[in-house]
Design a protein around this ligand. Structure first.
Ligand code: FA5
Length: 348
């Protein structure tokens, strides 16, 4: 039995020394220690040995078993080391990982898409972008637009005021603009007629939030001043816009509506895109949806902008791109637009 154990030791020491791969070493390990492996089977034969013999054979067996196990482990480390060395000189070709290959493509936000379409429509008619500040004075947002302090019309805009005293400005005089109309007077003073401008971007209101009201909202407004501009232009431009965004069959309707900076003022309705005028739940059975506010610029506002109302007339027209996007894409709640919810945004 001792010879048998020593022979196994001899044979396998050589085999282990000559092994060149981890796979070969795994095979050797199984031959020795696996089920029915050479060393695994040996103890079965120990039962025939005398106790004296067993006292010699048993420790020898354990010693050689451990030696072979260690020899395999050592050789494994050597083989690994050689593999690492050989890889140092390899040139690697980078391939995209699975995540990279499936990189998600982003797209423009639905409100931005609608805003861009609107800008494109009016650019074709010669309207140019005019920027007005988001943080503005009471003067530009209200006073110069015929809305002096204490005027009841201020209630139309729930305003977020800034603690202006901190900045050395009289209290209540600094605010977050409530509408893009804050750019009207600046545009008039800077550009002089004839002029066609688009004022757009964010506005802010101290609103009770619901499915149609946001505190941070988009607006898009045009100001068109020239000789002989009339309500007919307003009707034409409203229909041009509705048809460009919502479809060729969407007519526009002007209804009297009060805004202090226009006279006459108009609520601009679009034919309901759902029932096409027949009357449904969305339009409250009227067949029309109010989509914009507009009117002929008030003579006093023209004067405030340095323009002679006897020589020129103008129209101002403002719409909420988010409300338009709700209609166009069938979105039920305006708050989804700024929710950052990717499941929602990916649909558009
Ligand atoms: C105005 O803000 C006027 N400056 C529009 C105007 C311009 C009138 C030029 C005359 C001449 P109004 O408050 O109605 O008007 O808002 C205009 C549009 O902004 C609304 O039709 C609506 O589409 C959008 N809007 C108003 N409030 C909100 C809100 N809280 N959330 C989302 N959209 C809003």
């Amino acid at each position: 039995m001792e010879d048998k154990i020593k022979n196994i030791q001899q044979d396998y020491k050589e085999k282990i020394d000559q092994a060149k791969s981890l796979k070969e070493l795994d095979g050797i390990f199984l031959e020795l220690f696996g089920k029915n492996g050479k060393l695994d089977q040996l103890p079965k034969e120990f039962k025939n040995l005398s106790p004296d013999k067993l006292r010699v054979v048993s420790p020898l067996f354990n010693q050689i078993k451990q030696e072979l196990e260690k020899a395999i482990q050592r050789k494994r480390e050597e083989v690994k080391e050689e593999i690492y060395k050989s890889l140092e000189n390899e040139k690697f070709v980078r391939q995209p990982g699975r995540l990279q290959a499936k990189k998600r493509q982003g797209h423009l936000h639905p409100t931005t898409q609608l805003l861009n379409e609107t800008i494109e429509l009016f650019s074709k008619l010669g309207f140019e972008r005019f920027d007005a500040p988001h943080i503005d004075t009471d003067e530009y947002n209200f006073e110069l637009l015929n809305i002096p302090e204490g005027h009841p019309a201020r209630d139309l805009w729930d305003t977020l005021y800034i603690d202006s005293e901190k900045y050395g400005i009289q209290p209540g005089k600094l605010l977050l603009r409530t509408h893009t109309s804050n750019g009207q007077i600046r545009a008039m003073r800077q550009l002089k007629p004839p002029m066609r401008v688009m004022i757009f971007d964010r506005c802010f209101r101290y609103e009770n939030l619901d499915a149609r009201h946001e505190h941070t909202l988009e607006q898009f407004e045009i100001v068109y001043i020239d000789k002989g501009v009339s309500m007919a232009n307003l009707q034409y431009l409203s229909e041009y816009f509705f048809q460009g965004i919502l479809g060729k069959d969407i007519k526009a309707r002007l209804r009297p509506k009060y805004y202090p900076f226009v006279e006459p003022g108009a609520g601009v309705d679009g034919l309901c895109i759902f029932c096409k005028g027949k009357g449904c739940n969305v339009c409250g059975g009227t067949g029309w949806l109010e989509l914009a506010g507009a009117g002929m610029i008030h003579p006093q506002v023209l004067k405030n902008g340095g323009i002679d109302p006897n020589e020129y007339s103008g129209i101002a027209w403002g719409v909420g791109p988010e409300r338009m996007a709700m209609l166009k894409y069938g979105v039920e709640d305006i708050r989804l637009f700024k929710s950052g919810d990717l499941k929602f945004l990916e649909k558009y």
